[in-house]
Design a protein around this ligand. Structure first.
Ligand code: SF4
Ligand code: SF4
Ligand code: SF4
Length: 588
């Protein structure tokens, strides 16, 4: 441990701790706009200056040393910080009232905290147009403060390299890599840049107006579904603790917004497990395109299509759960309810920006004869709609989802967290292989936030090697090992692999609420503590569920008995499976 003094307070921290992090251990909050717990420091914004032995240094990238004496807040430092901030503000529009980040903006907060009420520096704001080409995320150069978080997360955490800096000095800008529009870049629409941007410069593409238009057209029967991860995060927008599971309140709010039926993607997560576990058992038995990858994360699918097209056959052919629910709502449910399927419109509330892009994939869209899902909004956008409608969410009475597409097992609910899809699939695959239920339903080895989690599961003497990749940025070594074994003709290192693009899984997806407030127990932005709390919210629901197995979901059993026939059979395959294709990393 290293001992030092910060503002005359004795501090003891591990070597290599930055001064900025060391200060937080004694409740001193040094302002910063570029440092985020998920990324290495970039020393980009210049706000975190401190004095060490009289010299001014950036605290985010200066490690502590024995006997160091640090001053974080004297008059000179305050004045320099104010000047740095005024320079940043001089090329930022005064657009707060019309900005989607208003009230949830680090730049706005820090401006208020430092007491900047006037700025004598002449404004010079970028006139570059917005890039909304992906239909999932929007980059607005006029609001960019070039802090570099998005580039850092996209390159160094996600390993996608879709964003980069262009030019130097005052005219530096953030752009799609190779100065392309984002739709033509390698971007996989994961939205991690959105989740980490401190300002309104990268946001999700706003679909709330389109959803309102669907609801206002009285000829439509507009139904809605919520993804697993939405239920343990939406409450943060309304003052609930991290990880509070508010499923019943969310159903009630959706009815008040005017949705004709409230369904749950957890139902379709159970359906995905039936299809995916059957597919795995068949492929494993025949040694056909093993390892098999999960396919419920569209950003991961996009990544394989762009970076590993030689592995497309390894992806499960299952659609993602919300696409499955869309196809079933427009066929089975419409028939059962006696309504015209052409009038059924499906809205998905997702923690995910990539799903906005996914619903436009040619390969996924029309198996029911209609577009599977009509619109996707994020958890954040749902919060916006609830607030705009004047609904007192906090005090809403809990309601139930509509049957049958609202019934789900504990296995369905843990889809939202890294390791959850694999756990749910193994529970059912074990039953399919042995005809017996697993004694212990959790696999500790694949829970938690480690980059790659691996285990060998003994299924009555058959060894199944599994891996769970937490964040697409951790997949490269796994792919290398798989492709090396393939080229050498040896046994694959794994048989079944789950990959979720966002670190932590969907609970920390690009569309989840922003974590607000620069307090010490809740630092700015998503971090691992919050990932754990949201995950716990889902695991608790699983543990408390009466049924924790997808194959025991009675509504799913009835769906197969009355309509789909056999898992993986012709009808199920037509409605619930999809195809993949190689995509260009860069489009001309
Ligand atoms: S887009 Fe946002 S995260 Fe990226 S550099 Fe600009 S302000 Fe920072
Ligand atoms: S959405 Fe994901 S891949 Fe695309 S620019 Fe942002 S971080 Fe990179
Ligand atoms: S991990 Fe979840 S939220 Fe993130 S891109 Fe994949 S499906 Fe979307």
């Amino acid at each position: 441990m290293v001992k030092l003094k910060i503002d005359n307070i004795e501090v003891e921290v591990a070597p290599d701790t930055s001064i900025l992090d060391a200060a937080r251990t004694v409740q001193i909050n040094i302002p910063t706009l570029c440092k985020h717990p998920d990324v290495d420091p970039s020393a980009g914004c210049g706000m975190c200056i401190v004095k060490v032995g009289g010299r001014i240094m950036r605290s985010c990238c200066t490690p502590v040393s024995e006997g160091m004496e640090v001053i974080t807040n004297d008059e000179e430092l305050k004045e320099i910080r104010k000047m740095v901030l005024k320079l940043i503000l001089s090329n930022h529009p005064n657009d707060c009232l019309n900005c989607s980040r208003s009230n949830q903006c680090e730049l706005q907060d820090i401006t208020a905290e430092l007491g900047i009420d006037q700025n004598e520096i002449v404004k010079l704001v970028s006139q570059e147009p917005k890039d909304d080409t992906t239909g999932a995320i929007v980059l607005d150069p006029s609001k960019c403060i070039v802090c570099g978080r998005c580039v850092n997360i996209c390159q160094n955490v996600q390993n996608v390299w879709a964003l980069s800096y262009l030019r130097r000095g005052f005219v530096t800008k953030i752009t799609g890599a190779n100065d392309t529009k984002l739709a033509n870049s390698p971007c996989i629409k994961c939205g991690q840049c959105v989740a980490h941007c401190p300002t309104g410069a990268i946001t999700d593409y706003d679909n709330t107006r389109r959803v309102s238009a669907l609801l206002n057209n009285k000829k439509n029967i507009t139904v809605v579904q919520i993804a697993p991860a939405v239920r343990v995060a939406l409450g943060e927008e309304f003052g609930f603790d991290f990880g509070s599971n508010l499923t019943g309140k969310i159903y009630a709010a959706l009815r008040r917004l005017g949705f004709a039926k409230v369904f749950d993607t957890n139902f379709a997560a159970d359906l995905t497990i039936i299809e995916e576990a059957s597919e795995f058992v068949e492929r494993f038995t025949k040694n056909d395109n093993i390892p098999m990858f999960t396919s419920c994360c569209p950003a991961w699918v996009d990544y394989v299509e762009k970076y590993y097209p030689e592995n497309l056959a390894n992806l499960s052919s299952c659609k993602s759960p919300h696409q499955m629910l869309g196809a079933i709502a427009k066929t089975y449910w419409a028939e059962k309810a006696g309504v015209d399927a052409s009038k059924v419109k499906v809205v998905s509330v997702m923690p995910c920006t990539a799903k906005k892009w996914e619903i436009g994939r040619d390969e996924t869209m029309n198996s029911s004869g209609y577009k599977d899902v009509d619109e996707v909004i994020t958890t954040r956008e749902l919060a916006k709609m609830i607030k705009a409608a004047g609904i007192d969410f906090k005090h809403l009475k809990e309601e139930e989802a509509d049957s049958p597409l609202g019934e789900y097992s504990g296995a369905g609910t843990i889809f939202g967290v890294t390791g959850g899809v694999m756990t749910a699939a193994l529970r059912t695959a074990y039953f399919y292989i042995t005809g017996e239920e697993l004694g212990k339903l959790n696999f500790e080895a694949i829970e938690g936030l480690k980059a790659v989690k691996a285990a060998e599961i003994d299924i009555k003497g058959t060894k199944v090697r599994i891996a769970v990749v937490n964040g697409v940025g951790n997949v490269a070594p796994v792919m290398e090992a798989i492709n090396k074994a393939k080229s050498e003709g040896s046994e694959p290192p794994y048989h079944f692999i789950e990959v979720m693009a966002c670190p932590g899984g969907c609970i920390a997806g690009g569309g989840q609420p922003r974590v607000m407030g620069a307090t010490f127990d809740k630092p700015w932005g998503i971090n691992n503590e919050i990932r754990k709390l949201r995950s716990k919210g889902l695991y608790n629901e699983d543990v408390e569920a009466q049924n924790r197995l997808s194959h025991k979901n009675e509504s799913i059993k009835k769906l197969y008995a009355d309509y789909l026939g056999k898992a993986g059979g012709e009808k199920a395959h037509h409605l619930l499976h999809t195809k993949y294709r190689e995509r260009d990393l860069y489009k001309k």
